[in-house]
Design a protein around this ligand. Structure first.
Ligand code: DC
Length: 205
């Protein structure tokens, strides 16, 4: 079974997706981390061949064998990730890898295009949103950076992720939209776990 969790930055996807996967006993797939690895490679050596990058996602994120879990969260990588994610070659390479992983087993996969492009047949699709100010407030709190800076960068990334030609951030027709602005992470996690259990029962009948 696949639970797809899409939505903009700061809507709480990572916290929620990780906890939902743990509660259901599914494997968690952070597709954003893959784009971040591609971005880090780009920043380091400009033109590395995307096909040859070895990206491993487990407790830690490794790029060509090196633990880059922290480095991929830097502001420079965050900015570059949104740029490389608009490139057809990068998206095609990442999509292929993601679809191979998702072909068997039970997954909670988070990203921007999981329910629309990567796993259009996912049994459960969630689109997490939150008010832009609240999303920026959360990110500023997490990173210790100034709120106005975070908000300005977020607006730029939202625009780029939403307006790009290839797999833009859009809500799948059959996705359930959850606005997390006024909800705690625990409330969001509990409702997605409930929905997943209902879907799994109806699919196994
Ligand atoms: O979720 P995140 O902030 O780690 O994502 C990093 C960047 O990658 C972000 O700009 C959006 C992009 N991304 C994407 O285009 N498609 C995905 N499935 C996941 C992330």
């Amino acid at each position: 079974m696949i639970v797809a969790i899409d939505g903009p930055a700061g809507a709480g996807k990572s916290t929620v997706a990780r906890a939902v996967a743990a509660a259901l006993g599914f494997t968690y797939l952070d597709t954003g981390a893959m784009y971040r690895c591609a971005a880090l490679a780009r920043l380091r050596d400009g033109g590395s061949d995307i096909e040859t990058l070895e990206i491993e996602l487990a407790e830690t994120v490794t790029l060509n064998g090196e633990d880059v879990s922290e480095e991929i969260r830097s502001a420079a990588v965050t900015e570059m990730a949104s740029e490389v994610a608009a490139e057809p070659k990068v998206r095609a390479a990442m999509a292929r890898r993601q679809q191979t992983m998702l072909a068997s087993g039970d997954w909670v996969a988070e990203g921007r295009d999981i329910g629309t492009v990567i796993a259009p047949l996912a049994e459960l699709k969630i689109f997490l949103t939150a008010d832009a100010n609240e999303r920026a407030r959360r990110r500023a709190e997490q990173t210790g950076r100034a709120l106005d800076e975070v908000l300005a960068e977020q607006q730029q990334r939202d625009r780029r992720d939403g307006e790009r030609e290839l797999s833009p951030l859009v809500v799948a027709d059959d996705a359930i939209e959850l606005d997390t602005t006024a909800l705690s992470a625990d409330e969001v996690i509990a409702s997605i776990v409930d929905l997943a259990m209902q879907r799994s029962e109806s699919h196994s009948r």
